[in-house]
Design a protein around this ligand. Structure first.
Ligand SMILES: Cc1cc2nc3c(=O)[nH]c(=O)nc-3n(C[C@H](O)[C@H](O)[C@H](O)COP(=O)(O)OP(=O)(O)OC[C@H]3O[C@@H](n4cnc5c(N)ncnc54)[C@H](O)[C@@H]3O)c2cc1C
Length: 438
């Protein structure tokens, strides 16, 4: 605990604005009826004299946060339009607890109501299908065209197609559940339908993927549930990477001690193909058949970037100037969250931090100033290891080169699985979500 408190001092202005005040897993319909006077904690944007027209694509961890903070810090002269395809946000953070039956998907849903009512963000439900960075406008599937002074693209990730999983039917039988939603519930139902002595086989794609500890956390929570409810079952982890990608000590202990005999871990595994009908998976280390297959495919930036020629890093990710998140390939266009290549992990907490750095930079640019040359971000992450213990991981990042952030030595660490950490995890989650959506 002492160590973790020390880390907070490095977070400085970039740490979460502690606005939780009772907010947790918001009932999104309810939020539309709340007023500022009943919540009492809204800071109404004022007119700062700065003017601009900003469009944000994607209302996830990055997009919702940047929309809020552009108005909060920039004031009423900055018109912010947030375009999001879904009517509410479903958090992937904590979604592994749906697999153990400790949460349901509706507890992970968050409204855009506060962004509109408290901060004056114009929230438009729709799908952006085209970006014109020269004409500075975006087109929506419904034909709407939105011009912008600055565009912020925060579409999260999309997935490569794994051989054998090309059809919707195959994807339904072998859900990745790596974007929380109906697939998460489907996967939970498949786990509860497993027999005693069954096999749950999951794959981990080559990095970078979203939430470096996430797949190992999933292996642990599924193993813990199976151990208690489906004795004799096994969790087979097939990792494309040369080794565990985050919290190495914690997960090594979890795999070899806490869940010994249940989790079987293999690194350096490449998937040749999958047979969704039979549950067979074909790999470089052999073939196996599972009762439940959970194949997490390789990632790339959201399609709106890759299909508009804006993913300059291997055709998969967008490089940015980490002082402003302005894309290398297109001026006046910023990319934040999982879609950006930055040297930071693809994580919701980091997406929230990138959003604040970006909001600050855009406000400065709109008023003729230059971005902060040395922004600092921080990341915190908890991983459930059993039904009532969790570990944590934290890191602070500073500018390395124009395109990359790096860990500040001495300001990072991890904590082992304890019950205290499990309780802190819920507080951290509700604070983070409040900071982004309320
Ligand atoms: C199982 C799991 C556990 C995780 N646990 C943690 C954790 O403990 N801590 C942590 O920090 N992170 C965690 N993460 C990672 C975290 O969820 C992501 O890093 C984070 O959501 C990234 O934020 P984002 O805004 O970039 O993308 P997202 O949150 O995915 O948001 C993208 C949004 O853009 C919208 N969108 C995309 N394209 C368009 C378009 N063309 N038009 C309109 N809307 C569009 C989407 O609908 C979506 O709402 C976890 C992830 C998983 C899968």
């Amino acid at each position: 605990m002492t160590k973790r408190r020390e880390f907070l001092k490095y977070a400085g202005a970039s740490s979460l604005a502690l606005a939780a005040s009772g907010f947790s897993s918001l009932a999104w319909a309810d939020s539309k009826t709340r007023t500022r006077s009943t919540t009492g904690d809204a800071t109404v944007p004022t007119n700062t004299g700065i003017v601009g027209n900003v469009v944000v694509i994607g209302g996830g961890m990055a997009g919702a946060t940047v929309a809020k903070y552009l108005r909060l810090w920039g004031g009423t002269g900055i018109k912010v339009t947030l375009v999001e395809r879904d009517p509410f946000y479903t958090s992937s953070i904590m979604s592994n607890l749906v697999l153990s039956g400790q949460r349901n998907v509706s507890s992970l849903q968050f409204s855009y109501g506060f962004l509109a009512s408290r901060y004056g963000v114009t929230v438009k439900q729709g799908e952006v299908v085209k970006i014109d960075p020269v004409g500075r406008k975006v087109s929506l599937a419904d034909g709407t065209v939105l011009p912008y002074d600055r565009l912020i693209v925060a579409p999260g990730v999309d997935f490569d197609v794994v051989p054998g999983l090309e059809t919707a039917d195959a994807q339904k039988r072998v859900p990745h559940a790596w974007k929380a939603g109906s697939q998460t519930t489907d996967l939970r139902n498949m786990i509860t339908a497993m027999p005693n002595g069954g096999v749950f086989a999951m794959t981990i794609p080559a990095a970078p993927y979203r939430c470096p500890p996430g797949p190992y956390e999933r292996a642990c929570v599924v193993a813990d549930w199976l151990k208690k409810n489906r004795p004799g079952s096994k969790v087979l982890v097939l990792d494309a990477n040369p080794g565990i990608q985050a919290e190495v000590n914690t997960f090594t202990t979890a795999f070899t001690s806490t869940h010994k005999g249940v989790i079987e871990y293999h690194s350096g595994v490449t998937i040749a193909s999958v047979n969704a009908a039979t549950g067979d998976i074909f790999t470089n280390i052999g073939n196996t058949r599972a009762n439940v297959l959970n194949v997490i495919p390789p990632h790339r930036a959201g399609k709106i970037l890759t299909s508009n020629g804006l993913a300059d890093v291997g055709g998969k990710w967008t490089s940015v100037d980490v002082r402003s998140y302005e894309a290398t390939v297109a001026p006046h266009l910023h990319v934040i969250g999982d879609a950006a290549a930055t040297g930071q992990p693809k994580a919701g907490h980091i997406a929230n931090q990138e959003a604040k750095v970006c909001a600050d930079a855009v406000i400065r640019l709109l008023s003729g100033r230059t971005p902060d040359p040395a922004p600092v971000t921080n990341s915190a992450c908890y991983s459930p290891i059993t039904a009532d213990t969790a570990s944590w991981l934290t890191a602070v990042y500073g500018v390395d080169t124009m395109n990359s952030m790096k860990v500040i030595p001495g300001a990072s660490g991890e904590g082992h699985a304890t019950q205290d950490n499990f309780q802190d995890m819920s507080k951290w989650f509700s604070t983070l979500m409040s900071d982004s959506f309320a």
